[in-house]
Each structure stands twice: as structure tokens, then as C-alpha cells.
Write a protein that binds this ligand. Structure first.
Ligand code: PGA
Length: 254
């Protein structure tokens, strides 16, 4: 079976109740390809998760933007995987570069978080990606392979993981990777999965691209063989997110 196109909307630390309701209204009124063609998951800040979940159309799902590394307890300010499960939140984004860099989350820490979230029944959008310096020094593949390895070592199944390749230099910069640059890394990541996790995992795991995706550049990226969808930041707060969701039909007919 082919890999179903996946569109994630990462709202990051943005929004008020009023703004969130407006975004959900736009999403709810949009005509988009059916669930057989595209899986859509939006990720509001924690405090808006129950509101968004209650208002959002049933063919779209929600994700948290993070969760704690293990069982909850005396960890002030953290949200546990158990709490997300308790609220019926199916997905969580882990290892986003903003957390890796600003909050010093190491590869091992992210790997442990992914494993714990999966063990609690959550599905995970796991992010990897190199900085500009790393790209310029030619270590892109070594960096994303090490990030992926730290996850692979801790998990027994890739069934509930979507791997998001997000070059740090492309995030929030307006400087999108070229389709060829994205394809090159996605293809290498799939090879890595093939060599380290097996044929089946490589063939079925969705590898999505993130970093300055918008309504204008998504179609060309979609045509790349190993691009199975997008993780969208800035543009997921705008109506053009609908155009990005619709790019799934370009993939379908490619
Ligand atoms: P961006 O963010 O689309 O605003 O570049 C992507 C992300 O960080 O997931």
C-alpha cells in the first residue's frame, strides 16, 4: 500500500481563543481531498488543544507540540503523554529543532521521549534536520542519521511514527529547500531506514518536509518521490494552508 500523504500544521506558540476559532472555521469550511488521500493534523499550543479538538471537523486530527519524557509527577510545567491520551489527543510532535536548540534537547532525550509517547499509545511526528553550518560543512546526512538513530535505538516499531525532515536554515526563514535538496535527504533517510530498520519500515514510513512551505512552493515539492507530505509552520496559520492540503492531489496524480 502507498504512503498516505500527510499534512501537519504546527501553530507553535501563537494565537488567542478568538484567532484559534477563526483558523478552525477556515479549516472546517474548506473543501479538501478525502481522508483516503490525505491525513491532516494540526498542532495548537497545549492550552487550546481541547478547544480545537472540540470544534475541529472530524476528518482532521490534533497533535500536541511536545510532551514529557516519562510518566508525569513532580515535573513543574510539563505535560505528560498520559494526559494527552486522557484528553483524546492522538498525536504529538517531538524533537522539533526549536526545542532541540532553545531548550537543549539532545538526540538521546528526543529518542527516549518518542519511545515513551509511543508506549502510551500516541502517534509521533519526529523531527530531524541540520543547521546551516552543518549543511555547509557537508555533514547533513551524518546529522540527520544520528538524530534518526537515537530514535530507532529506542523504538520497537515505526508504525506510529512520521519522520519530519526540517532543515533548521529553512524554518521560519522564507528560505525553502529546493525540491532536489529535499528529495536528496528524504531519499537518504529512506535508505537509512532500509539499512537499519528493514525494507518494510523504509517502504511504509512517511517522510515529510518542513521549512518555509507555503501555498506557492508546495506543489513542486510534492512531485518529489520521497516527499510524503509537509510539516507547516507559519503558513498553517493562514488560509493558504488549505492549498497545501490540496497539494495531496498533485501527489496522487503524479
Ligand atoms: P515554517 O516552520 O513553515 O514556519 O518554516 C516549519 C516548522 O517549524 O515546523
Amino acid at each position: 500500500m502507498g504512503r498516505k500523504f500527510f499534512i501537519g500544521g504546527n501553530w507553535k506558540c501563537n494565537g488567542t481563543v478568538e484567532e484559534v476559532k477563526k483558523i478552525v472555521t477556515v479549516l472546517n469550511e474548506a473543501e479538501v481531498p478525502s481522508e483516503d488521500i490525505v491525513e491532516v493534523v494540526v498542532s495548537p499550543p497545549f492550552v487550546f488543544l481541547p478547544l480545537v479538538k472540540s470544534l475541529l471537523r472530524s476528518d482532521f486530527q490534533v497533535a500536541a507540540q511536545n510532551c514529557w519524557i516519562r510518566r508525569g509527577g513532580a515535573f513543574t510545567g510539563e505535560i505528560s503523554a498520559e494526559m494527552l491520551v486522557n484528553l483524546g489527543i492522538p498525536w504529538v510532535i517531538l524533537g522539533h529543532s526549536e526545542r532541540r536548540s532553545l531548550l537543549a534537547e539532545s538526540n538521546e532525550f528526543v529518542g527516549d521521549k518518542v519511545a515513551y509517547a509511543l508506549s502510551q499509545g500516541l502517534k509521533v511526528i519526529a523531527c530531524v534536520g541540520e543547521t546551516l553550518e552543518q549543511r555547509e560543512s557537508g555533514s547533513t546526512m551524518a546529522v540527520v542519521a544520528a538524530q534518526t538513530k537515537a530514535i530507532a535505538e529506542k523504538v520497537s516499531s515505526w508504525d506510529n511514527i512520521v519522520l519530519a525532515y526540517e532543515p533548521v536554515w529553512a524554518i521560519g526563514t522564507g528560505k525553502v529547500a529546493t525540491p532536489a535538496q529535499a528529495q536528496e535527504v528524504h531519499c537518504e533517510l529512506r535508505k537509512w531506514l532500509h539499512d537499519n530498520a528493514g525494507d518494510e519500515v523504509a517502504a511504509s514510513t512517511r517522510i515529510i518536509y518542513g521549512g518555509s512551505v507555503n501555498g506557492a512552493n508546495c506543489k513542486e515539492l510534492t512531485t518529489q518521490l520521497d516527499v510524503d507530505g509537509f510539516l507547516v509552520g507559519g503558513a498553517s496559520l493562514k488560509p493558504e494552508f488549505i492549498d497545501i492540503i490540496k497539494s495531496a492531489t498533485v501527489k496522487k496524480s503524479a
